[in-house]
Design a protein around this ligand. Structure first.
Ligand SMILES: NC(=O)c1ccc[n+]([C@@H]2O[C@H](COP(=O)([O-])OP(=O)(O)OC[C@H]3O[C@@H](n4cnc5c(N)ncnc54)[C@H](O)[C@@H]3O)[C@@H](O)[C@H]2O)c1
Length: 276
Protein backbone atom coordinates (compact mmCIF):
# COMPACT_ATOMS: atom_id res chain seq x y z
CA UNK A 1 0.00 0.00 0.00
CA UNK A 2 1.22 3.54 -0.63
CA UNK A 3 -0.14 7.07 -0.39
CA UNK A 4 -1.49 6.60 3.10
CA UNK A 5 -0.31 10.13 4.00
CA UNK A 6 -0.76 11.71 0.56
CA UNK A 7 -0.92 15.51 0.75
CA UNK A 8 -0.20 15.65 4.46
CA UNK A 9 2.50 17.44 6.43
CA UNK A 10 4.35 15.92 9.37
CA UNK A 11 6.55 17.60 11.96
CA UNK A 12 9.08 15.18 13.47
CA UNK A 13 11.20 16.25 16.43
CA UNK A 14 14.40 14.24 16.82
CA UNK A 15 14.17 13.60 13.07
CA UNK A 16 17.94 13.60 12.61
CA UNK A 17 18.55 10.05 13.80
CA UNK A 18 17.09 6.71 14.79
CA UNK A 19 13.34 6.41 15.31
CA UNK A 20 12.61 10.03 14.31
CA UNK A 21 14.49 9.68 11.02
CA UNK A 22 12.78 6.36 10.29
CA UNK A 23 9.40 8.08 10.79
CA UNK A 24 10.42 10.88 8.39
CA UNK A 25 11.39 8.38 5.70
CA UNK A 26 8.43 6.05 6.14
CA UNK A 27 5.97 8.98 6.12
CA UNK A 28 7.63 10.43 2.99
CA UNK A 29 7.29 7.05 1.24
CA UNK A 30 3.57 7.31 1.95
CA UNK A 31 3.24 10.81 0.48
CA UNK A 32 3.90 13.25 3.34
CA UNK A 33 6.04 16.39 3.30
CA UNK A 34 8.20 16.66 6.40
CA UNK A 35 9.58 19.29 8.74
CA UNK A 36 12.62 17.71 10.37
CA UNK A 37 13.54 19.27 13.73
CA UNK A 38 16.62 18.33 15.73
CA UNK A 39 19.32 19.78 17.96
CA UNK A 40 21.96 18.26 15.63
CA UNK A 41 22.02 20.18 12.35
CA UNK A 42 24.08 17.80 10.22
CA UNK A 43 22.03 14.62 10.71
CA UNK A 44 18.88 16.73 10.41
CA UNK A 45 20.01 18.03 7.02
CA UNK A 46 20.86 14.46 5.97
CA UNK A 47 17.32 13.36 6.78
CA UNK A 48 15.99 16.23 4.65
CA UNK A 49 18.11 14.94 1.72
CA UNK A 50 16.78 11.40 2.25
CA UNK A 51 13.16 12.62 2.26
CA UNK A 52 13.77 14.54 -0.97
CA UNK A 53 15.27 11.39 -2.55
CA UNK A 54 11.86 9.83 -1.88
CA UNK A 55 10.21 12.59 -3.91
CA UNK A 56 8.75 14.66 -1.08
CA UNK A 57 9.40 18.17 0.22
CA UNK A 58 11.36 18.61 3.44
CA UNK A 59 12.71 21.39 5.60
CA UNK A 60 15.16 21.32 8.52
CA UNK A 61 14.63 23.58 11.53
CA UNK A 62 17.10 23.64 14.43
CA UNK A 63 15.33 22.72 17.67
CA UNK A 64 16.26 22.42 21.29
CA UNK A 65 13.24 20.41 22.42
CA UNK A 66 13.31 22.05 25.85
CA UNK A 67 12.93 25.56 24.40
CA UNK A 68 9.45 27.06 24.07
CA UNK A 69 10.69 29.58 21.48
CA UNK A 70 12.29 26.88 19.32
CA UNK A 71 9.15 24.74 19.38
CA UNK A 72 6.98 27.73 18.42
CA UNK A 73 9.39 28.50 15.57
CA UNK A 74 9.14 24.89 14.34
CA UNK A 75 5.33 25.04 14.22
CA UNK A 76 5.35 28.49 12.57
CA UNK A 77 7.80 27.37 9.87
CA UNK A 78 5.78 24.22 9.15
CA UNK A 79 2.63 26.27 8.62
CA UNK A 80 4.45 28.91 6.57
CA UNK A 81 6.13 26.38 4.27
CA UNK A 82 3.48 23.65 4.00
CA UNK A 83 0.26 25.45 4.99
CA UNK A 84 -0.77 23.04 7.73
CA UNK A 85 0.36 20.44 10.27
CA UNK A 86 -1.39 17.07 10.05
CA UNK A 87 0.95 14.89 12.07
CA UNK A 88 3.38 15.53 14.93
CA UNK A 89 5.87 12.93 16.16
CA UNK A 90 7.84 13.85 19.28
CA UNK A 91 10.89 11.60 18.99
CA UNK A 92 13.52 14.02 20.39
CA UNK A 93 14.89 12.37 23.49
CA UNK A 94 17.90 11.62 25.65
CA UNK A 95 18.67 8.56 27.77
CA UNK A 96 20.74 10.52 30.32
CA UNK A 97 21.71 14.14 30.85
CA UNK A 98 25.01 13.91 28.94
CA UNK A 99 23.52 12.05 25.98
CA UNK A 100 24.49 13.26 22.51
CA UNK A 101 23.26 11.02 19.71
CA UNK A 102 26.23 9.30 18.04
CA UNK A 103 28.77 10.04 20.81
CA UNK A 104 29.05 6.57 22.36
CA UNK A 105 32.09 7.48 24.48
CA UNK A 106 29.81 9.59 26.72
CA UNK A 107 27.47 6.61 27.20
CA UNK A 108 30.44 4.36 28.03
CA UNK A 109 31.62 6.71 30.80
CA UNK A 110 28.08 6.90 32.21
CA UNK A 111 27.74 3.10 32.20
CA UNK A 112 31.11 2.54 33.87
CA UNK A 113 30.16 4.97 36.61
CA UNK A 114 26.74 3.32 37.12
CA UNK A 115 28.31 -0.18 37.14
CA UNK A 116 30.72 0.85 39.92
CA UNK A 117 27.72 1.47 42.20
CA UNK A 118 25.55 -1.41 40.96
CA UNK A 119 23.67 -3.31 43.67
CA UNK A 120 24.38 -0.85 46.48
CA UNK A 121 21.17 0.23 48.23
CA UNK A 122 20.38 3.83 47.39
CA UNK A 123 22.93 3.96 44.57
CA UNK A 124 20.32 5.22 42.12
CA UNK A 125 19.08 8.08 44.28
CA UNK A 126 22.35 9.08 45.98
CA UNK A 127 24.20 9.18 42.67
CA UNK A 128 21.43 11.14 41.01
CA UNK A 129 22.44 14.68 40.05
CA UNK A 130 19.46 17.05 40.38
CA UNK A 131 20.62 19.09 37.36
CA UNK A 132 20.82 15.91 35.29
CA UNK A 133 17.32 14.93 36.43
CA UNK A 134 16.01 18.35 35.33
CA UNK A 135 17.72 18.09 31.94
CA UNK A 136 16.21 14.68 31.15
CA UNK A 137 12.73 15.82 32.19
CA UNK A 138 13.13 19.11 30.30
CA UNK A 139 13.98 17.38 27.02
CA UNK A 140 11.85 14.23 27.19
CA UNK A 141 8.74 15.39 29.02
CA UNK A 142 8.58 19.19 28.81
CA UNK A 143 9.87 18.94 25.23
CA UNK A 144 6.94 16.69 24.33
CA UNK A 145 4.51 19.14 25.91
CA UNK A 146 6.08 22.19 24.20
CA UNK A 147 6.07 20.65 20.72
CA UNK A 148 2.46 19.59 21.19
CA UNK A 149 1.39 22.95 22.56
CA UNK A 150 2.95 24.70 19.57
CA UNK A 151 1.34 22.46 16.91
CA UNK A 152 -2.13 21.94 18.40
CA UNK A 153 -3.67 25.32 17.43
CA UNK A 154 -3.12 24.62 13.72
CA UNK A 155 -4.49 21.07 14.04
CA UNK A 156 -7.58 22.32 15.86
CA UNK A 157 -8.16 24.99 13.23
CA UNK A 158 -8.04 22.19 10.61
CA UNK A 159 -10.39 20.06 12.74
CA UNK A 160 -8.00 17.13 12.29
CA UNK A 161 -4.60 15.91 13.39
CA UNK A 162 -2.60 13.04 14.81
CA UNK A 163 -0.03 13.45 17.58
CA UNK A 164 2.33 10.56 18.27
CA UNK A 165 4.52 10.73 21.34
CA UNK A 166 7.42 8.39 21.95
CA UNK A 167 7.40 6.86 25.41
CA UNK A 168 9.18 3.58 26.23
CA UNK A 169 8.69 0.25 27.95
CA UNK A 170 10.63 2.02 30.73
CA UNK A 171 7.46 4.05 31.44
CA UNK A 172 5.73 1.09 33.06
CA UNK A 173 8.49 -1.04 34.57
CA UNK A 174 10.24 0.24 37.70
CA UNK A 175 14.01 -0.20 37.63
CA UNK A 176 16.45 0.87 40.37
CA UNK A 177 18.77 3.22 38.55
CA UNK A 178 17.83 5.41 35.61
CA UNK A 179 15.06 7.25 37.44
CA UNK A 180 14.91 10.40 35.35
CA UNK A 181 14.49 8.55 32.05
CA UNK A 182 11.77 6.21 33.35
CA UNK A 183 9.91 9.03 35.11
CA UNK A 184 10.08 11.24 32.00
CA UNK A 185 8.60 8.45 29.89
CA UNK A 186 5.89 7.67 32.48
CA UNK A 187 5.07 11.39 32.29
CA UNK A 188 4.86 11.24 28.50
CA UNK A 189 2.48 8.30 28.84
CA UNK A 190 0.09 10.17 31.20
CA UNK A 191 0.43 13.40 29.21
CA UNK A 192 -0.62 11.49 26.10
CA UNK A 193 -3.68 10.01 27.74
CA UNK A 194 -4.78 13.30 29.33
CA UNK A 195 -4.23 15.25 26.11
CA UNK A 196 -6.22 12.66 24.16
CA UNK A 197 -9.26 13.47 26.29
CA UNK A 198 -8.70 17.20 25.88
CA UNK A 199 -8.48 17.12 22.07
CA UNK A 200 -10.81 14.30 21.05
CA UNK A 201 -13.79 16.49 20.21
CA UNK A 202 -11.52 18.80 18.21
CA UNK A 203 -10.70 15.97 15.81
CA UNK A 204 -7.12 15.59 17.04
CA UNK A 205 -6.01 12.11 18.09
CA UNK A 206 -3.12 11.59 20.50
CA UNK A 207 -1.36 8.25 20.91
CA UNK A 208 1.97 7.03 22.22
CA UNK A 209 4.43 4.41 21.12
CA UNK A 210 6.33 2.63 23.86
CA UNK A 211 9.13 0.83 22.03
CA UNK A 212 11.21 -1.94 23.52
CA UNK A 213 14.86 -2.17 22.63
CA UNK A 214 15.59 -0.46 19.28
CA UNK A 215 18.89 -0.52 17.38
CA UNK A 216 19.73 3.22 17.32
CA UNK A 217 22.55 5.42 18.61
CA UNK A 218 20.82 5.34 22.00
CA UNK A 219 21.41 1.62 22.48
CA UNK A 220 24.64 1.21 20.49
CA UNK A 221 26.77 1.07 23.63
CA UNK A 222 24.70 -1.81 25.09
CA UNK A 223 25.18 -3.79 21.91
CA UNK A 224 28.95 -3.36 22.04
CA UNK A 225 29.37 -4.98 25.48
CA UNK A 226 28.67 -8.71 25.16
CA UNK A 227 27.51 -9.22 28.75
CA UNK A 228 25.09 -6.26 28.64
CA UNK A 229 23.86 -7.24 25.19
CA UNK A 230 23.09 -10.76 26.37
CA UNK A 231 21.31 -9.51 29.49
CA UNK A 232 19.16 -7.06 27.52
CA UNK A 233 18.25 -9.48 24.76
CA UNK A 234 17.35 -12.20 27.27
CA UNK A 235 14.46 -9.97 28.39
CA UNK A 236 13.09 -9.82 24.84
CA UNK A 237 11.14 -12.95 23.84
CA UNK A 238 11.96 -12.34 20.17
CA UNK A 239 15.65 -12.24 21.14
CA UNK A 240 16.62 -9.27 18.97
CA UNK A 241 16.35 -5.48 19.00
CA UNK A 242 13.83 -3.73 16.74
CA UNK A 243 14.97 -1.91 13.63
CA UNK A 244 13.88 1.77 13.70
CA UNK A 245 11.54 1.15 10.73
CA UNK A 246 9.57 -1.31 12.86
CA UNK A 247 8.72 1.58 15.19
CA UNK A 248 8.08 3.91 12.25
CA UNK A 249 5.55 1.43 10.86
CA UNK A 250 3.58 1.71 14.11
CA UNK A 251 3.83 5.51 13.87
CA UNK A 252 2.59 5.35 10.27
CA UNK A 253 -0.47 3.44 11.40
CA UNK A 254 -1.17 6.05 14.10
CA UNK A 255 -0.54 8.92 11.67
CA UNK A 256 -2.89 7.53 9.01
CA UNK A 257 -6.68 7.27 8.93
CA UNK A 258 -6.35 3.52 9.50
CA UNK A 259 -6.17 4.32 13.23
CA UNK A 260 -9.16 6.69 13.10
CA UNK A 261 -10.76 5.27 16.27
CA UNK A 262 -7.52 5.19 18.30
CA UNK A 263 -6.82 7.93 20.81
CA UNK A 264 -5.13 7.83 24.22
CA UNK A 265 -3.61 4.48 23.28
CA UNK A 266 -0.05 3.27 23.75
CA UNK A 267 1.33 0.72 21.29
CA UNK A 268 4.27 -1.44 22.33
CA UNK A 269 6.42 -2.67 19.47
CA UNK A 270 8.69 -4.53 21.90
CA UNK A 271 9.33 -8.06 20.59
CA UNK A 272 7.06 -9.52 23.29
CA UNK A 273 8.62 -7.72 26.28
CA UNK A 274 5.16 -6.99 27.68
CA UNK A 275 3.24 -10.21 27.38
CA UNK A 276 1.40 -10.10 30.68
N1 LIG B 1 16.39 3.15 21.13
C1 LIG B 1 15.57 2.57 22.02
O1 LIG B 1 15.74 1.41 22.40
C2 LIG B 1 14.38 3.34 22.53
C3 LIG B 1 13.42 2.63 23.26
C4 LIG B 1 12.32 3.30 23.75
C5 LIG B 1 12.16 4.66 23.52
N2 LIG B 1 13.12 5.33 22.82
C6 LIG B 1 12.89 6.75 22.60
O2 LIG B 1 12.84 7.03 21.22
C7 LIG B 1 13.20 8.38 20.99
C8 LIG B 1 14.23 8.44 19.88
O3 LIG B 1 15.43 7.83 20.34
P1 LIG B 1 16.39 6.99 19.38
O4 LIG B 1 16.55 5.66 19.97
O5 LIG B 1 15.95 7.12 17.97
O6 LIG B 1 17.76 7.76 19.63
P2 LIG B 1 18.63 8.66 18.64
O7 LIG B 1 19.74 9.18 19.44
O8 LIG B 1 18.94 7.87 17.43
O9 LIG B 1 17.64 9.84 18.25
C9 LIG B 1 17.29 10.86 19.14
C10 LIG B 1 17.27 12.18 18.38
O10 LIG B 1 16.82 13.22 19.29
C11 LIG B 1 17.66 14.34 19.10
N3 LIG B 1 17.69 15.16 20.31
C12 LIG B 1 18.27 14.88 21.50
N4 LIG B 1 18.12 15.91 22.33
C13 LIG B 1 17.43 16.86 21.65
C14 LIG B 1 16.97 18.16 21.99
N5 LIG B 1 17.20 18.72 23.20
N6 LIG B 1 16.29 18.85 21.06
C15 LIG B 1 16.05 18.32 19.84
N7 LIG B 1 16.48 17.11 19.45
C16 LIG B 1 17.16 16.38 20.37
C17 LIG B 1 19.04 13.74 18.82
O11 LIG B 1 19.92 14.68 18.23
C18 LIG B 1 18.66 12.58 17.90
O12 LIG B 1 18.64 12.97 16.55
C19 LIG B 1 13.71 8.92 22.33
O13 LIG B 1 12.70 9.65 22.96
C20 LIG B 1 13.99 7.65 23.11
O14 LIG B 1 13.89 7.86 24.49
C21 LIG B 1 14.21 4.70 22.30
Amino acid sequence: MSGRLEGRTAVVTGGGNGIGRACCLRFAEEGADILVADILDEPGAETVGMVKERGREALFVHLDASSQTDNEQVAAEAVERFGRIDVLVTAAGISHSGYVSGKTEVDAAMMTEAASRFGQPGAGIIGLEPDGWRKVLDVNLTGTMLATRACVPNMLSNGKGSIITIASIAAKRPEAGPYAYAVSKAGVWMFTKSLAQDLAKGGVRVNAIGPGFVATNMTKMFMEIDMVKEMVLQSVPMGRPAEPVEIANAALFLASDESSYFTGEILHPDGGFYTE
